[in-house]
Ligand binder design. Structure first.
Ligand code: PEP
Length: 256
């Protein structure tokens, strides 16, 4: 049985002061249910890199995991503006979002970069949350499965079946991110099912059954339950709705 993973991606929002306030409000609603939630799910906050130390402090003693939104694949070196896995781990970061569509489309990250980062995260015993998803143009050209399978194939190149229980995939249709246009549970399940089949072929059925596949794209307290009801939707990667204590807490508590 796969544990759910519900992750808040704050993107480039919330300063350290705002983040402390946000976490206090969130913990007031989530901490009382922590043991119930811990039975079937992991919950995670991924703040902006510079805010990680403040959030690590604010989350001390809680059941929340701490994530990063990106990292470089090397441990150190001449990579101005980048951070590495050991630097993140020093602050208690356990998960890292890799290949988010904003990284791919705004910062031109390639599948090859994504693959290097996934392997670096695994090498450092971090959980890579590898994002895949098609643009609106690609969906309208009926290329959704082709694009997502290419991203899966390249992104997981040389990643062995032993990593299946650690690696997390986030299917995030680009047209649904920050637009208020959520994929229907049926649309999402279709792609999640194809991702599961891909993983079956790559790693074998029993290993593939351990990989969590999250949905992301305008998830809200109103649509989370119907998405999580689908057999291959194992959690959510949430942007906008994770920025407010009330909506974030409602999403984290979905179905509990
Ligand atoms: C995201 O940041 O990955 C995301 C899905 O954003 P939103 O929930 O705002 O669409």
């Amino acid at each position: 049985m796969r544990r759910k993973l519900i992750a808040g991606n704050w993107k480039m929002n919330l300063s350290a002061i705002e983040a402390r306030e946000m976490i206090a409000g969130l913990r007031a609603q989530v901490d009382p249910m922590a043991s119930r939630l811990a039975k079937d799910r992991d919950i995670l906050i991924a703040p902006a890199t510079v805010v990680i130390p403040a959030v690590a402090q604010a989350l001390a003693g809680s059941s929340f995991a701490l994530g990063a939104q990106n990292m470089h694949w090397e441990d150190n070196g001449a990579f101005t503006g980048e951070v590495s896995a050991p630097m993140l781990k020093a602050f208690g970061v356990t998960h890292v979002i890799i290949g988010h569509s904003e990284r791919r489309h705004v910062f031109f990250e390639t599948d090859e970069f994504v693959n290097k980062k996934v392997k670096a995260a695994l090498k450092h015993r971090m959980v890579p949350i590898m994002c895949v998803g098609e643009t609106l143009q690609e969906r309208e050209a009926s290329k959704t499965i082709e694009i997502v399978m290419r991203q899966m194939d390249n992104g997981l190149s040389e990643v062995p079946a032993e990593a299946a229980a650690t690696v997390v995939i986030a299917y995030e249709p680009v047209w649904a991110i920050g637009t208020g246009k959520t994929a229907t549970p049926e649309q999402a399940q279709l792609v999640h099912g194809a991702i599961r089949e891909f993983l079956d072929d790559l790693w074998g059925k029993s290993a593939a059954a351990e990989t969590r596949i999250l949905y992301g794209g305008s998830v809200t307290p109103d649509n989370i339950d119907s998405l999580l009801a689908k057999p291959d939707i194992d959690g959510a990667l949430v942007g906008g709705a994770s920025l407010k204590p009330d909506s974030c807490a409602k999403i984290f508590r979905s179905g509990a």
